[in-house]
Ligand binder design. Structure first.
Ligand code: HEM
Ligand code: HEM
Ligand SMILES: [Fe+2]
Length: 447
């Protein structure tokens, strides 16, 4: 660790990994309800489990991003974080808000807008934490060296915090309500978070492959430009059926098709950097997660996103298991795996453990990624059948659901593999010992 204040990141990562465990366990529970519908129905209804699953996902990913910023900004800016105290205060506010949200869901209090169900006071807490973060990290960057990585990271984080304001706007008109809602949900994952992803990926590539900074920066500019160009008007792919004018069908279809480009560019970027890089960094696990993240993001967001983004297709697939298949693989590849890449890179440094044994970490990559891939295939098959029977044949929703039991059982199996992988990952970060470096053959003089 070069800068003392980077240590703050450790506590963000720790909190993030705890919530990650809760998130996947919540998913598994929700998956079991699909197999056995009355399971826990009285004490912990499905909608509450689902809220805990999706909200903890978003919160831990954000904690991971904040932690990543506190870790990499000092190195890039070549100075300590402006205020370590503020960074801890921000973390405490976020954790109190999280507990408050979960507590209120458990007693049935929630706002009822998917992903934005938090009670109003929690939303304000998040706003305060976001402001603290922006001030803290911006003052750090402004006082130090400015790099493309920190500029893009900051731009992404500023915009995503600003978009949070739309979470407070909830008009009575249902179409407007949905429009504002998507301005948070879509403009996060398909615009601002992409900038954060590009910046973190750029930092990891710089460290892991030893490629020149100028090369990394050129790629980053292309990724950021294509992400914003496509992602902003791409929001239109959520405006097809919410009561907005018909031209959104064309705007959404055309611009969201371009959204594939930045994800393709990020995947190409990662592989080209590894190919061109001269450095043989010992942290192979972080490299595996980085390459895995950009590849799975391309498939989950790019390929599975394009699958249902044209309005002629979406007319049939809207809100089916196809959507869930895409949502899972896209979130996993782009943001879960990317965060785990950052943890894999930073944790051994923060815990002064390098070089450490990476076998379990890499095994967890294959277990989790294999599980998510299988879950995606299963849900895609289920969604195809659902689309056909419900939207083309015209059977009732529940009649169709009854036919899909086998798929939901398989989804549960895939989910169990993901949970095992996640627990293995957490274990590998905390419990694993240092690698025993075997002494090499000793050169005998004169030989
Ligand atoms: C890191 C891995 C995971 C991520 C990123 C993730 C993400 C998500 C997202 C974004 C949603 C909302 C989907 C939508 O609205 O289309 C969701 C719902 C759900 N997830 Fe996960 N999830 C993960 C792991 C799991 C696991 C391990 C299971 C276990 C089977 C699971 C089961 C579910 C279920 C049952 C729902 C509710 C679907 C519905 O309402 O029909 N998830 N998850
Ligand atoms: C990492 C980036 C992405 C993430 C995390 C993500 C995640 C999600 C999630 C969770 C949903 C379900 C939302 C809901 O209805 O509650 C969704 C819907 C959708 N996504 Fe993405 N997505 C990403 C990128 C993309 C891209 C690049 C495309 C197009 C090429 C796309 C196309 C769509 C479409 C068309 C829907 C609406 C599905 C429906 O009508 O039910 N997504 N996405
Ligand atoms: Fe979208």
């Amino acid at each position: 660790m070069k800068y003392q204040s980077q240590r703050v990141a450790y506590w963000y990562f720790l909190a993030a990994m705890t919530l990650f465990g809760i998130q996947v366990l919540g998913g598994l529970l929700a998956g079991w309800v699909y197999v056995s519908p009355n399971f826990l129905a009285e004490i912990l209804p499905f909608n509450v489990i689902r809220m805990i699953h999706t909200n903890s996902l978003i919160v831990w990913l954000l904690l991971g991003f904040f932690g990543a910023a506190y870790y990499l900004v000092p190195e890039e800016a070549e100075r300590e974080v402006f205020s370590v105290k503020l960074a801890y205060l921000q973390l405490i506010i976020l954790l109190v808000g999280t507990l408050g949200a979960v507590g209120s869901y458990l007693v049935g209090i929630h706002g009822g807008r998917e992903f934005l169900e938090q009670p109003l006071w929690v939303k304000f807490g998040i706003l305060v934490a976001a402001v603290i973060f922006l001030v803290n990290i911006s003052l750090t960057v402004l006082a130090g060296r400015k790099t493309a990585i920190t500029n893009i990271l900051l731009m992404g984080l500023w915009l995503l915090c600003l978009l949070w304001v739309f979470a407070f706007i909830n008009p009575d008109n249902l179409s407007l309500d949905k429009m504002y809602w998507w301005m948070v949900v879509h403009l996060w994952v398909e615009a601002t978070w992409e900038l954060v992803m590009a910046a973190i990926l750029g930092y990891l590539m710089l460290k892991l492959t030893g490629v020149d900074r100028e090369v990394v920066e050129k790629w980053l500019y292309v990724i950021v430009a294509t992400a914003l160009f496509s992602g902003i008007l791409g929001t239109g792919h959520h405006f097809y059926w919410i009561g907005t004018p018909g031209y959104w069908q064309w705007i959404g279809s055309i611009f969201s098709t371009f959204e594939v480009i930045p994800f393709f560019a990020m995947m190409s970027f990662a592989f080209v950097m590894v190919w061109k890089g001269r450095k043989n960094h010992p942290n192979k696990a972080a490299l595996l997660w980085s390459l895995g993240a950009s590849t799975v993001a391309f498939f989950g967001a790019g390929v599975w996103g394009f699958l249902h983004t044209l309005h002629g297709v979406n007319f049939y697939t809207h809100g089916t298991q196809i959507t869930a298949a895409h949502g899972h693989l896209a979130f996993y590849g782009a943001y879960v795996a990317l965060n785990l890449a950052m943890f894999s890179y930073a944790m051994p440094v923060l815990r002064e453990r390098a070089p450490y044994n990476q076998v379990l970490n890499m095994a967890s990559f294959w277990l989790m990624t294999g599980g998510m891939a299988f879950m995606t295939f299963v849900l895609t098959f289920a969604g195809t059948i659902q689309t056909h029977m419900q939207r083309i044949v015209g059977e009732y929703y529940m009649v169709v659901q009854d036919q899909l039991g086998l798929f939901y059982l398989m989804r549960f199996g895939a989910g169990a593999a993901v949970v095992l992988g996640a627990l293995l990952f957490i274990y590998s970060q905390f419990v694993v010992r240092r690698e025993v470096v075997k002494p090499g053959p000793v050169a005998v003089p004169g030989e």
